[in-house]
Design a binder for this molecule. Structure first.
Ligand code: OSB
Ligand code: MG
Length: 376
């Protein structure tokens, strides 16, 4: 396939309910979508960078810049065979993994169409249905949170993850456990604590949590390893893992017993599969994280979740939890048992709602081989 043009596009989508983490509240999403135009099929990718550089150093604006200025020019005009060919072509540019991931995933998306195989098969997946959990943000009140948990449990979700931070943790877990002593429950701190709070974090052990996600600094393994030695609850790393090498270092240091894989955070499908493989060789289970994706990112997360070591329910959930109307057809649905049935059709398995995408687009730019830049 020859990469002839790359379109960057920003869409705006209001969330059906705000999403709050220890680093802030999101009510409207600004999402960067990539279209990779080849001489064959057209591949789509979603950049999972947030509106602001709070989860990681990337944001939609830094991703746009990196793609326009450096990443797209490294791909345009190139003849490539497969999705995995993108990563080495982008290797000279440091960081910007979410921007790279959007491009690489678009190429995998095109490759799956060209080969007429489901994307999940191309990635090496084997699970035909994937277990789903939900991530529930910090709410205005504990009662509101309990109500949300009730709704998600009756919808069939198999694991509840609640966001936490100092002041929204022990008391909240106690209330949840009082009502649901047995459910699979985990928490995600998004780096809200320091090692000075170890005595406080030890109190989390009494709640039988499946894991505590990224309790300490976003870029740390060493102090997580110290913390893990003092906790019964398993630590799961999210923010800190960017590569297969990070995964190996974190596992060998004892910094975590579980890994959350987000395909954007590690720079695309190739590295996500590699992180999965390292974890598998070390008997560390993984699960697929989410970044409030639109249907394109969601369909790519579903494909990735079919790999064998995705052993725990992920944060990949139904479109309707986020969007009034998703940009794919059909929308992602979850069964009453809490599973997504993986579509056994070529490509990403979900069609695009092109006119809706056009309606939501606020900014668009197409870059062509040999042409410096053209805003449409
Ligand atoms: O840490 O997993 C996280 C959303 C935005 C940024 C970081 C995280 C999250 C989530 C949401 O937990 C997961 C989802 O998309 O449902
Ligand atoms: Mg997380």
């Amino acid at each position: 396939m020859k990469i002839e043009a790359i379109t960057l596009r920003e869409i705006r989508m209001p969330l059906v309910h705000f999403f709050e983490t220890s680093f802030g509240r999101t009510t409207d999403r600004r999402i960067l979508l990539i279209t990779l135009h080849t001489n064959g099929p057209e591949g789509w990718g979603e950049c999972v960078a947030g509106e602001d550089p709070f989860y990681s150093e990337e944001s939609i604006d830094t991703a746009w810049y990196a793609i326009e200025r450096y990443l797209a020019p490294a791909l345009l005009g190139r003849a490539v065979e497969k999705g995995a060919d993108a990563f080495p072509l982008l290797g000279k540019i440091r960081g910007h993994r979410m921007a790279k991931g959007a491009l690489e995933n678009a190429l995998w998306d095109a490759e799956a169409q060209e080969r007429e195989v489901p994307l999940w098969r191309l990635l090496g997946g084997s699970q035909t249905e994937i277990p789903c959990g939900v991530s529930i943000g910090i709410q205005n009140s504990v009662d509101q949170l309990l109500e949300k948990i009730e709704t998600e449990l009756s919808a069939g979700y198999r694991r509840i993850k609640v966001k936490c931070k100092p002041g929204w943790d022990i008391e909240v877990f106690a209330k949840i456990r009082e009502r649901w002593p047995q459910i699979l429950l985990s928490c995600d701190a998004n780096s809200a604590y320091t090692l000075e709070q170890v005595e406080h974090l030890k109190k989390f052990d009494q709640f039988g949590l499946l894991m505590i996600e990224q309790p300490l600094w976003h870029d740390d393994f060493y102090f997580h390893a110290q913390l893990q030695r003092q906790l019964e609850t398993s630590i799961c790393l999210d923010e800190a893992i960017h590569s297969r090498r990070d995964a190996r270092a974190a596992i060998e240091l004892g910094a975590c017993r579980i890994i959350n894989i987000k395909v954007g955070r590690v720079g695309g499908f190739s590295e996500a599969v590699a992180v999965h493989n390292v974890a598998r060789q070390n008997n560390v289970p993984v699960w697929c994280g989410g970044m409030l994706e639109s249907g394109i990112g969601r369909s790519h997360n579903i494909a990735l979740s079919t790999l064998p070591n995705f052993a725990l329910p992920g944060d990949v959930s139904a479109s309707k939890r986020y969007w009034k109307e998703d940009i794919i057809e059909p929308a992602v649905e979850v069964s009453s048992q809490g599973f997504i049935a993986v579509p056994n059709i070529a490509g990403r398995g979900f069609a695009l709602k092109s006119s809706l995408i056009d309606k939501l687009t606020v900014r668009k730019q197409t870059l062509r081989a040999g042409v410096s830049s053209a805003a449409d």
